[in-house]
Design a protein around this ligand. Structure first.
Ligand code: HEC
Length: 153
C-alpha cells in the first residue's frame, strides 16, 4: 500500500515543496566543491596492463614471478596474474573463512587488498613481504581496477 499511495501523496505534499527549504538551498554548495564535483580518481579506472601489472612487476615479482614454486601459490606474472587472482580462493587463509583473492567489482571483499595492509584482517604476512608497504596511490590504483570489474584490460 505504501508504494501505490506514493503518487497521490506527492500531489498532496506539492504545496509544502514550495516552502523555503534551507537544507536544499545549501546543497547547491556541493556542486561548487571541486573535489566532490569531479572526483578525477574515479573518473578513469586503472587498467591491468597500464597501471596494475607494472606494480606487480616492480614489487612482487621476486617472490610471485621468478620464484619456483610461486610464493603462496600465487603467480603474478604478466599474462598470468588476472587468472590467478579473480575468483580464486586462497588455500592458506581458511580461518575464519576462505578468502577470495580478488572479487571483481568489490575491493572491500578482495583478500589482495587486505594483504596489502589496506583492508580487513589477513593471514600470514603483509605484502610485499618484509618490505615497505605499497604507496597509498598504488593501493588506490589496484582498488580502482578491482572496482571497475578487474577486467583483462
Ligand atoms: C619477499 C617475498 C614476497 C614479496 C616481495 C611479495 N610477496 Fe606476496 N607472498 C609471499 C609469501 C611467502 C606468501 C605466502 C604466505 C603469506 O600469505 O603470508 C605470499 C602471499 C601473498 C598473497 C596471498 C595468496 C593466497 O592465496 O593466500 C597475496 C595476495 C600476495 N602475496 C600478494 C602480493 C603482492 C600484490 C605483492 C607485491 C605488491 C607481493 N605479494 C609481494 C611473499 C612475497
Amino acid at each position: 500500500m505504501g508504494l501505490a499511495g506514493c503518487p497521490g501523496g506527492n500531489q498532496q505534499d506539492a504545496g509544502a515543496d514550495l516552502a523555503p527549504r534551507p537544507d536544499l538551498v545549501t546543497s547547491s554548495d556541493l556542486a561548487t566543491t571541486p573535489d566532490l564535483a569531479t572526483t578525477p580518481d574515479l573518473a578513469a579506472a586503472a587498467t591491468l596492463s597500464g597501471q596494475v601489472q607494472p606494480i606487480f612487476n616492480a614489487t612482487c615479482s621476486p617472490c610471485h614471478v621468478t620464484q619456483t614454486p610461486r610464493a603462496g601459490g600465487l603467480d603474478l606474472a604478466d599474462g598470468a596474474s588476472r587468472a590467478a587472482l579473480v575468483g580464486v580462493v586462497s588455500t592458506r587463509c581458511l580461518t575464519p573463512g576462505p578468502r577470495t583473492r580478488v572479487v571483481a567489482g568489490d575491493p572491500a571483499q578482495s583478500y589482495l587488498i587486505d594483504k596489502l595492509g589496506a583492508g580487513a584482517a589477513f593471514c600470514g604476512g603483509q605484502m610485499p613481504l618484509n618490505r615497505a608497504a605499497l604507496s597509498q596511490q598504488d593501493i588506490d590504483t589496484i582498488r580502482s581496477w578491482i572496482a571497475a570489474g578487474a577486467q583483462d584490460n
